[in-house]
Design a protein around this ligand. Structure first.
Ligand SMILES: Nc1ncnc2c1ncn2[C@@H]1O[C@H](COP(=O)(O)OP(=O)(O)OP(=O)(O)O)[C@@H](O)[C@H]1O
Ligand SMILES: [Mg+2]
Length: 232
C-alpha cells in the first residue's frame, strides 16, 4: 500500500512554487491507477515524491508501511520503480544493454538470472536489435522502450509510469499496452492518453493545480463537465 498523507511539494530554493498541496491518497499494490490532469497539474511531481526522488515540503509518503523522509536517498527497498517522463533523465549507461541491466547488476542479481530476465525483456519489448547501441543515439521511441525495460526488468512492487506511451509508434504502443495488461501487479500511470487510461486502469485520480480534484472509477473519464473543470 502506498499511503500519502497531507503531502505538499514546493519547488524553488525558498519554496516559491507549490506543485502539490495537501494530497491524501491510499493506493493498494494491485490497483491500476490512471493519474490524469492538465499540464502542470502535478502528476510527475507526485510520482517523483512517491519514489522519493524529490523531498516532501510537508506531509509524508509511505510504501508498505515504510516511511519516506527527506533524509533517505534510495527507494525504500527498491519497492517503487519510476519510468521518467523524459527518457533522457533515465538512461545514463553507455549502451542499451548495460543501461537495462544496471539495476539488476547493482542489486547483485545472479548472472544467470540477469541473462534470463534481460533476454525476456528484450524480446517482449522487441528491442533485442538495440542492445549494443549507444543510448544517446536512439530515437525518442527507442529511448522510451529502453527506459521502460530498465524498470520493468527489476519487477518492482510498485510501478510508476510517467507518460510511458509518449514517443511510441502505434505498434510499439499496442505491444506496450498488452505488456502492461499482462502484468499481475498494479501500476500508477500518469497519462494524457485517455484511451490507454480507460483500457488499462480501473481507478482514475484527477489532479488539478496540485490537488486531488476527483478520485473514482473510469466513469470519470466520460464525465465531460468534470473533465472540463479539470482543464482536460
Ligand atoms: N524542477 C522544477 N522547478 C520548479 N518548478 C517545477 C519543477 N518541476 C515542476 N515544476 C512546476 O510544478 C508544477 C507541477 O509540475 P509537474 O511536472 O508535476 O506537472 P505534470 O502534471 O506532470 O505536467 P505535464 O502534463 O506537463 O507533464 C508545474 O507548475 C511546474 O511548472
Ligand atoms: Mg509530467
Amino acid at each position: 500500500m502506498i499511503e500519502i498523507v497531507n503531502l505538499s511539494v514546493e519547488y524553488g530554493v525558498s519554496g516559491q512554487r507549490s506543485a502539490l498541496s495537501e494530497v491524501n491518497l491510499a493506493i493498494a499494490a494491485a490497483e491500476r491507477v490512471a493519474l490524469i490532469g492538465a499540464n502542470g497539474a502535478g502528476k510527475s511531481t507526485l510520482l517523483l515524491a512517491i519514489c522519493g526522488a524529490i523531498p516532501a515540503s510537508s506531509g509524508s509518503v509511505s510504501i508498505d508501511g515504510l516511511p519516506w523522509t527527506k533524509r533517505e536517498k534510495d527507494n525504500p527497498h527498491g519497492k517503487a520503480g519510476l519510468v521518467f517522463q523524459n527518457p533522457d533523465d533515465q538512461l545514463f549507461m553507455p549502451t542499451v544493454y548495460e543501461d537495462i541491466a544496471f539495476g539488476l547488476r547493482s542489486n547483485n542479481v545472479s548472472v544467470v538470472e540477469t541473462d534470463k530476465r534481460m533476454e525476456e525483456m528484450l524480446t517482449r519489448l522487441e528491442i533485442a536489435h538495440l542492445k549494443d547501441r549507444m543510448c544517446h543515439t536512439l530515437s525518442g521511441g527507442e529511448k522510451r522502450l529502453a527506459a521502460l525495460a530498465g524498470v520493468l526488468v527489476m519487477r518492482p512492487d510498485y510501478l510508476l509510469l510517467d507518460e510511458p506511451a509518449s514517443f511510441l509508434d502505434p505498434r510499439a504502443k499496442r505491444r506496450f499496452v498488452a505488456l502492461l495488461d499482462s502484468l499481475a501487479q498494479g501500476f500508477i500511470l500518469a497519462t494524457h492518453d485517455m484511451d490507454i487510461a480507460a483500457r488499462l486502469c480501473s481507478r482514475v485520480i484527477i489532479l488539478k493545480e496540485g490537488k486531488v480534484f476527483a478520485d473514482g472509477g473510469t466513469g470519470l473519464l466520460d464525465n465531460e463537465a468534470l473533465m472540463d473543470q479539470a482543464g482536460l
